[in-house]
Structures are given as structure tokens and as C-alpha cells.
Design a protein. Structure first.
Length: 363
């Protein structure tokens, strides 16, 4: 590993958390079972970048003493300074996923977490995650759909995630929280207000047919929500399951697809993730070419990992239900000032999926 080019000593950036100090990092790795007799001697920043609401830093480690099997590098994820304490900062929620759910899942689904902390007083948080840079990569650059083979691998791992928490007795008790019927009604009331402003602003770019669809969804929302409130055939969902939140093994590397970015996880009908991946993100030709095969692979993987009592027909019905609900997504995105290049394209794609799948029948 080249330590002498483009590397900044970790002591220079004052914003890094104390856990990055060698002694504290040694303690964190020992607690995680990743370091035995040795100790971290040196930590250096190899690379850093900002996402919309977080900072991602790749750390290189050097050890003294026995360090066989200890990680040679880590990913430090932490809050972006400009978003501390804002609604967009979901770091506390993501820390909860990696520290509470992650250790209780089968290996090879999410990156291993070595340490995660949220400080309620300052609002600051961090995660120390397994560095998969050398072994894994994104399937494609963002907005370009993956190949069929890559999509199959992604959906297989998504099904493994869902199967691990399918109808888990801890859901809503020790794992995540349920929304009450009152919570759902309040959220829909908020949505209805956003929708009215959204429809007024975009004017005749929203057809009367689509306006009718939105009004019917709002009117029928309590009935449609009964599927969620049944608490049957539900699981932990990712919440932002586009294909660029999955890391695939590099060519020649044995391994499984890994899922990351869990700041929007929660309990829901699992097809929420599938509909977000395909109906929101893919144009009709690509979606139609892969949709049926991916749903089949998803279902086969559920069965292979112990899910019972859920029929293939129920999966199709849930998928259409989720696609219909996702017409709300572009409005929520508009409401938080995302750029039209995001919400407008999502609106067009999901509306075409609703038409293709006959989702209006659910109303």
C-alpha cells in the first residue's frame, strides 16, 4: 500500500471522531473481535468524499504486534457538518441498523460494522465499516441500469435481507417500530398538502388522468394501508433500494453482493424495495424485460431461505400495491427540493409502471 502519495495524517482534520485515534481504534477492533494481541500503530486518511448528507473517509491502518486477520483499511462514515441535526440527517437511524440489526443477520449481506456511535447532545455520529473497495464495486454508474446477470445477483441479496427478518417476532418490539393507523392518516394528510401545492406548481404538465389517480389514492389510503397494518408477511426493508446501493464482487473475486446506506430502513411490505428498484428507477423497456424474471428469482430465494406461507400470487399483488404507493415518491422528493431531474423522471417512470401493471384496479 502506497502511504506517501495523497495521504493526510488523521490528526490534521479536526472533525474526525476520537475513535480514529490508534488506542481507541484498537479498543473498538478488539471489542468487535477483529483484533487480538496487536494494536493499531498508525491511521491515515487514504481518501475522502462527501455525499449529500454524509462524509465517507477511507482509512489505512498499520499495526504493531500480532494483527493477523485484522482489517488493513476501514470506511469511516460520519455526518456532513452542514447537516447536523437537520431532518435530512438520518445518522442515528443508520447507526441503529448496523449496531443492532447487523450483528443478528447472516454474513455476506451487509458490510461488517466494527463500531457505531450517535451522540444525542451534539448530534454527531459515526460508523466504522468493512472496507470493500478492493473486492467490490458498483454494478454501473448511477442512472445506468445493471445487466441482467448483475440485476439477478442484486435481487438475490435483497431477498436474503428480507428473508432474514420475514415475520420476525421482534418486529415492532425490539426491531424497528410500527406506524399506527393514526400515524398513517397523519402522514397521508401531510402528503395531501404537498400534493396540492405540487399539482398547482406544475400545472398542465400533470394530466387530468394523473390528478384523478392521486385524488383516488388519497381518498382510498386508509383502505390501502390495511395491507401494512395487517402485520403479515412483512420484513425490514432498505427504503432506498436503487441498484447503486449494492456492491458487487469484482471480476475474479469470490463473494456476495453487499447492501449499504441504511438510513431509511424500516418495517414494511418487502415489495416496497422491489418497486422502488424497478418501477421508480427503470424505463418501461428495461423494466418489462427483467421484471418477471427478477420477481421469480426473488420468490425462489425467499423460499430457499425459509419463508413459508407466502404465495407467488401474493408477491405479484404486493408488488402492484407497492408500485401504486410509489406514485407518492416524486411528490415527497419535490417537497424536499430535490431537483426536477430526479422527481420528474421518477414520476414518468412510475406512472408508466402503474399503467402497465393495471395498478388502478387496486383503487
Amino acid at each position: 500500500m502506497a502511504w506517501d502519495r495523497g495521504i493526510v495524517n488523521f490528526m490534521t482534520p479536526p472533525q474526525l471522531p476520537d475513535v480514529v485515534e490508534p488506542a481507541r481504534l484498537s479498543a473498538a477492533l478488539r471489542k468487535a473481535g477483529a483484533l487480538d494481541a496487536g494494536a493499531v500503530r498508525e491511521v491515515k486518511v487514504l481518501h475522502q468524499r462527501d455525499t449529500v448528507v454524509s462524509r465517507i473517509i477511507r482509512l489505512g491502518l498499520r499495526y504493531v504486534g500480532e494483527s493477523t486477520g485484522a482489517p488493513q483499511s476501514l470506511i469511516l462514515k460520519m455526518v456532513h457538518a452542514g447537516f447536523v441535526g437537520t431532518p435530512a440527517d438520518r445518522g442515528e437511524h443508520e447507526v441503529a441498523f448496523y449496531t443492532q440489526l447487523g450483528p443478528n443477520m447472516p454474513t455476506g449481506i451487509v458490510p461488517r460494522c466494527f463500531d457505531g456511535r450517535f451522540d444525542a447532545e451534539s448530534g454527531k455520529w459515526h460508523l466504522l465499516l468493512e472496507d470493500l473497495t478492493d473486492s467490490h464495486e458498483l454494478a454501473t454508474v448511477p442512472t445506468l441500469p445493471p445487466s441482467r446477470e448483475q440485476s439477478m445477483a442484486i435481487v438475490t441479496t435483497l431477498a436474503r435481507l428480507h428473508a432474514a427478518w420475514w415475520n420476525h417476532p421482534g418486529l415492532g418490539q425490539t426491531v424497528g417500530t410500527w406506524s399506527s393507523t393514526e400515524d398513517s392518516a397523519a402522514r397521508m394528510e401531510t402528503f395531501a398538502g404537498h400534493y396540492d401545492r405540487f399539482a398547482d406548481q406544475i400545472g398542465d404538465r400533470l394530466s387530468e388522468e394523473r390528478r384523478i389517480l392521486y385524488r383516488r389514492l388519497i381518498e382510498q389510503s386508509a383502505r390501502l394501508s390495511q395491507r401494512y397494518h395487517s402485520h403479515r408477511h412483512v420484513s425490514i426493508v432498505h427504503g432506498d433500494a436503487h441498484t447503486w446501493n449494492f456492491l458487487l464482487p469484482r471480476a475474479g473475486v469470490a463473494g456476495t453482493v453487499r447492501i449499504f446506506d441504511f438510513d431509511l430502513w424500516g418495517i414494511n411490505v418487502p415489495t416496497h424495495d422491489l418497486a422502488y428498484m424497478m418501477a421508480i428507477q427503470w424505463y418501461p423497456e428495461r423494466r418489462q424485460a427483467l421484471e418477471r424474471a427478477l420477481l421469480n428469482r426473488y420468490y425462489e430465494t425467499l423460499l430457499a431461505h425459509g419463508v413459508t406461507g407466502y404465495t407467488r400470487g401474493a408477491l405479484d399483488q404486493d408488488y402492484r400495491w407497492s408500485v401504486l404507493w410509489h406514485i407518492t415518491k416524486p411528490v415527497w422528493q419535490w417537497a424536499i427540493d430535490l431537483q426536477p431531474v430526479i422527481w420528474w423522471n421518477n414520476l414518468e417512470r412510475v406512472m408508466m409502471a402503474v399503467e402497465d401493471l393495471g395498478c388502478e384496479e387496486l383503487l
